[in-house]
Design a protein around this ligand. Sequence first.
Ligand code: DXP
Ligand SMILES: NCC(=O)COP(=O)(O)O
Length: 241
Amino acid sequence: MTHLSVNLNKIGLLRNSRGRNYPNLMSMAERTLELGAFGITIHPRPDQRHATYQDAYDLKNLLQRFPDRELNIEGFPDSQFLSVVLEVEPDQCTLVPDDPNQLTSDHGWNVARDQDALRPVIAKLKEKGIRVVLFMDPEAENMTLAKEIGADRVELYTEAYANAYGKDGFEQVVEQYQQAAQAAIDAGLGVNAGHDLDLNNIEPLCRAGRVTEVSIGHALTIEALDLGWDNVVKAYLSKLA
Ligand SMILES: CC(=O)[C@@H](O)[C@H](O)COP(=O)(O)O
Ligand SMILES: NCC(=O)COP(=O)(O)O
């Protein structure tokens, strides 16, 4: 079984597009948890184009009512992000090496180059009891160092996996991700995965049982336009059971 953490960035994008609290991100989070999702993810970016720092505080309060579920806050560890996360104290923080003006996340950490910057950040988050995840490309050779600098888990960046789905060579890509996941496990890390996962491509990634949690938002929100939010969340839960 793989846990589903629903990323509500795109609900925040819709909300912010009219400057009113509609759709209500907290209501969508509550509804999603009541449907059985394990967690809620947001990725507040410096421009707060979708999820905001206030959403982090509000979601933390909401999650008090769901003690067996988790809040995952993703983002680049700049001073603003870190001060919010250290105050909110989510269950999990996923560090992502994004520049402020990036359209979306499009690469994992270069842990060899960034290790000196990451070590104290990871230590500070762990002092607060926050599980720390590093957003990583599926490269088995980097997992040992990710563990050495203090990460609890890695999140495999799955855009390449999603792009390969349905095409020649997909099985080789699946194998690369499974090898990276196994290398992470062998190094003592947990394995999360995310980015561009959807109802069609989710199962081959999770079938081997190495992935503890997937975080999904963009495709899930779009799929909900056709199928309805409740049906889509239930469909993911069924595929991940
Ligand atoms: C890190 C990652 O792949 C996603 O969690 C990211 O949050 C997507 O960000 P946008 O929703 O801004 O595209
Ligand atoms: N970490 C991945 C995530 O939270 C959502 O990514 P996506 O499903 O919006 O591509």
